[in-house]
Design a protein around this ligand. Structure first.
Ligand code: FPP
Length: 257
């Protein structure tokens, strides 16, 4: 992922390595969130095990992160594992959780070199110990970085996050630190896992499903939604560029005229 590694690959002449001229750098989203859907179908179309799709999906995520670095988009959040994903076959769940751990271990050096700050949101205490340890190390070793913030939603559920925030506020009220009337949107948002990031401006979902799937329910109140038929492993620089073109064609009114 370093510049020297990148310049040794033939993709260096790719026309989209710098921000395409028809995109306005002043109107880029500050925060892009992605629902990385379609890994299983991508693999099945090729008569491969579903898990190969997840492996390929990691490559797509790395490329998207590079795009954010190259084009100046400071926040990227991805939905890696939902609270509902525990309902998948045990072997696939095990593969996914092991994959996260391995990718974190293998990519940590590159993340540090590229000044990426990585964070995790979700019920992390329910994850395997080895993965939790790898997460803690990656978060600790990248926490001072500023260039791009990568947030990985792992064992994440939007409703669960909202309930968790309600419980935290109720406890403050019970302790006499807060009155119910003092609870407003700002205080509420401060209790969410994402309290340190701006809300996403753009939510991308691949593979054509028109659903939010319990992802960032509070935070995407005013995000522009972009759904593409492209399966996640096939989503690339060109696809991201198309999503940004669509984003810049939207009029964001936030409920105003
Ligand atoms: C959805 O596709 C994808 C997932 C549940 C996993 C996505 C995870 C990654 C790409 C790895 C990210 C890794 C790190 C370390 C952040 P699906 O299986 O639902 O596809 P389908 O709808 O075609 O079945």
């Amino acid at each position: 992922m370093t510049n020297s590694q990148r310049s040794s690959t033939p993709t260096v002449s790719h026309p989209l390595l710098t921000l395409p001229a028809d995109l306005d750098p002043q109107r880029l989203p500050r925060h892009v969130a992605v629902i990385m859907d379609g890994n299983g179908r991508w693999a099945q179309q090729r008569h491969l095990p579903r898990v190969v799709g997840h492996q390929q999906g990691v490559e797509t995520l790395k490329e998207l992160l590079r795009c954010c670095q190259d084009w100046g988009i400071p926040h990227l959040t991805c939905y890696a594992f939902s609270t509902e994903n525990w309902g998948r076959p045990g072997l696939e769940v095990e593969f996914l959780l092991t994959l996260f751990e391995r990718v974190l271990r293998q990519e940590l050096h590159a993340l540090i070199q590229e000044q990426v700050r990585i964070e995790f949101v979700g019920q992390l205490q329910a994850l395997p110990q080895a993965l939790q340890a790898q997460i803690q190390e990656a978060v600790a070793r990248t926490r001072h970085h500023q260039r791009v913030w990568l947030t990985v939603a792992t064992n994440y559920g939007g409703r669960q996050e909202i309930v968790h925030a309600c419980q935290a506020l109720a406890q403050q009220v019970q302790r006499g630190e807060l009155t119910p009337e003092e609870i407003d949107e700002t205080r509420f948002a401060q209790q969410l896992y994402t309290s340190t990031s701006p809300d996403p401006d753009l939510l991308i979902r691949t593979s054509g499903e028109m659903r939010l799937s319990n992802f960032l329910l509070w935070q995407i109140a005013y995000a522009e939604l972009y759904v593409t038929e492209t399966l996640w492993p096939d989503f690339n620089r060109e696809s991201f560029y198309q999503a940004l073109v669509a984003f810049q064609q939207r009029q964001r009114r936030f409920g105003r005229l």
